[in-house]
Design a protein around this ligand. Sequence first.
Ligand code: NOJ
Length: 489
Amino acid sequence: MTGINRRELGLGLGAATLSAALGGRAAAAQAPGTGPGTAAASAKDALSFPADFLWGCATASYQIEGAVKEDGRGETVWDAYARTPGKIADGSNGDVACDSYHRYAEDIALLKALGVKAYRFSVAWSRIFPSGSGKPNQKGLDYYNRLIDGLLAAGIEPHMTLFHWDLPTGLKGGWQSRDTALAFADYAGFMAGKTSDRVKHFMTVNELRCFTDLAYWNGNKAPALRLPMDQVNQVRHHGVLAHGLGVQAIRAQAKAGTQVGLADNATIFVPAIETPEHIDATRKAMREENAMFLTAIMEGRYIDSYLAAQGKDAPKVQAGDMAAIGSALDFVSLNVYTANTVRAADTPGGYEILPHLANSPRMASPWLNVSPEALYWSIRLVSELWKPRKLYISENGCSADDPVAKDGKVYDADRVMYLRNYITHMHRAAREGYPIAGYFLWSLMDNFEWEDGYTKLFGIHHVDFKTQKRTPKLSADWYRELIRTNRLV
Ligand code: NOJ
């Protein structure tokens, strides 16, 4: 060691600290594997993602496609809802949106320029079956064939979601009717039969809670009803049943090697403090608060606490329903935006969900409380509770203020901050060995944000809705670099 004795320095330090203290000259003389270069290299490795980690972007049909009256597309509940005065914040709708129906090739080019390996998009059910069932519409299928083929030609894996809320109005009773679940299965099987020669990942439904509770109970998503609890529970049951029957239909029609899952927005909980008692309480909250959706799907039953809480309002279940709902999945995908903090309650085995406070950090959407740990705990708790074969984050991202600078660019440093923090926590889950296989950023581009219209934008590409020009925001530059290096940046 170039004449300096480690003991003489009085350092009881680890190799990295010691090398830093000694500087380059001493480091050069050190044994291989202990110098600063090596320390930096291993720190670099510690920030890397697995080589086959799947980076992607996500969108959904009604939010980007436009062309709502083209090529035989049937009407959906969102077309009808957006036309109702006063329902959408800016009075807008998805009639044109990002016009991706016509500009899909341009959007594939955006994906390619980002370097993503996968694209999650949804199929508009009413382009395939204009009234929800009956005779298929070839022109609708042709569109998705063009999209799939274009993605594959660009080296991007298509991940197809079959239902992202744009329910055909031709399905009488909507999700109140059990027949809608059966019609969904027929449609899902049809799409698998037609596209699984090229599409290897199918997600049945997107965000059960949003198209059931928020649409039939809270009344702020189409069709915006406020039903009594027994009917809400039945709607929820039809939602999970559609998923389960859809899985079975896809399996029956798809080519070998096709993987099936769903994209759910389970309510996510994080422990207030990382101690066994708070973690146990959080795991319990995760299972019980998602009893009507993900828990039912992963366990093939409604757990006792849910049935007891609902009493006479519990869903009416037919023979075979729960087995279908609990169909084994190839993967589980989670849409993760926010979380609630849980602490172990004072009563043994109980949990308390702490409220979000007025000044907790939020992004532009008032519901979007910043909770980066959600991306670790969602993966860990779902893994511990149900041991899925594989997990994806099917959505994560945020709305932001997004002012356009003088040079025409959006410098969304706040979105970069949000993404970097969330992805850091996902990295922890990967490092600890949980089976997280990929991540889809919501969203590729600014789009129609449901009841918020175009007032809340989630894109990493800015869209000028007058000209349809797409421009990468700072966050797109950041994501491109993350993908290129495959490590936290
Ligand atoms: C989840 C939904 O799937 C998506 O449609 C929506 O735009 C994002 N959350 C942001 O709210």
